[in-house]
Design a binder for this molecule. Sequence first.
Ligand code: URP
Ligand code: ZN
Ligand code: ZN
Length: 458
Amino acid sequence: MKTLIKNGTVVTASDIYRGDILIEDEKVSAIGTSLALEADRTIEASDKYVLPGGIDVHTHLDMPFGGSTSADDFESGTIAAAHGGTTSIVDFAIQYKGQTLRQGWEAWMKKAEGKAAIDYGFHLIITDLPEKLEPEMDAMVREGVTSFKLFMAYRGVLMLDDGSIFRALLKAGENGGTICMHAENGDVIDVLVRRALAKGNTAPKYHALTRPPRAEAEATHRAICLAEIARVPIYIVHLSAAEALEKVAEARDRGLPAYAETCPQYLFLSYANYEEPGFDGAKYVMSPPLREKGNEEKLWRGLAGNDLQAVSTDHCPFCMKEQKELGRTDFSKIPNGAPGIETRMHLMHDGGVRTGRISLNRFVELTSTSPAKIFGLFPKKGTIAPGSDADVVVFDPEKKHTLSAKTHHMKVDYNPYEGREVTGAVETVLSRGKVIIENGKFTGKAGSGQFLKRKPRT
Ligand code: URP
Ligand code: ZN
Ligand code: ZN
């Protein structure tokens, strides 16, 4: 099967040119300025961008959390991702206390099998690391699960102590794995939460007020110090606060391999959202929380200047009805997380590229190329080049549309960006050469996504 994408503006992390792309079966086979070749199918892309498919390295599909399970499973979540121009995800499998690491990974492989409509890999959340389990980290890396998320918060549920974190870092130093850190000081937060509740402060906004930016900055600094002692890279997930970014920037200025991602919610929303009427602030209960206005400008500068290397979503949707509602009288019972798998590329183009905060190349780099490089997927994923997987997005940079729960494909009853008009729309999406989105309709197949066996760091 040959597909020719003609006359588009091809954008990669480094280049912008008008060209044609020939796809044979699952791979890009040729790129030229005017390919006079026969194809089974031709996609006309004049006046459109032709982008590498988005890679979202932080999603939580079908994840039990806070007494509920995230509303998108691997079918609805990956279809929504495709609508938003994302063709690969790296989701989080969880090893629960008492389980082996393999048991955690295998449980999530079962959740994805037969359901995922785009390619998927897994990080493994380690919640329990007795010394006897350390060699299993090597086995996971050999299986292509080459990154591990550790939590410095949620004591008794997900949190690991500093000693276990340090041993995991040392192990990753040996096997080429990457440690991803949820950096918030959980014990300090737990004290603040108990005190807020004792005073009767139960509204959603107290979720944010009990998770101060300094608690994120302290944990970020601690994580970087532990990685420095272990002499390994560290990747800070969902960085939200300018104070935490300062810690990453300081480390990078000293030449340390410290990396971090932020998410659209920290760029486009703020603490003010928690003050929305009634219980609506619950829509934004996520950890770390939204920050005061002003933080976002520093994050944008971090993205432009490479102190932040990726934009992922932390897509962890819970419906207001029956899920967020669990915390109506106690903010600490609101399941943490918000939807975003479908809106990332549109928001970053509209609010990043069109406003001049980041270049078009940097947009591609942050949403596809750099995550692919950091997490062992490049150059199979993350670029348009001969031999790469034909994960391609044809994007109309001038088309306007409105983000809304009425039209989105995520299985959640609200959209954090409800009513926001964005310019730029995903038109056609190819996943390994197959058209899976055409004129806004999903034409792919649940179950056609493949497990991504990722490479370790070299
Ligand atoms: O609130 C959030 N971020 N929920 C998902 C779990 C996590 O910490 O990433
Ligand atoms: Zn986290
Ligand atoms: Zn997350």
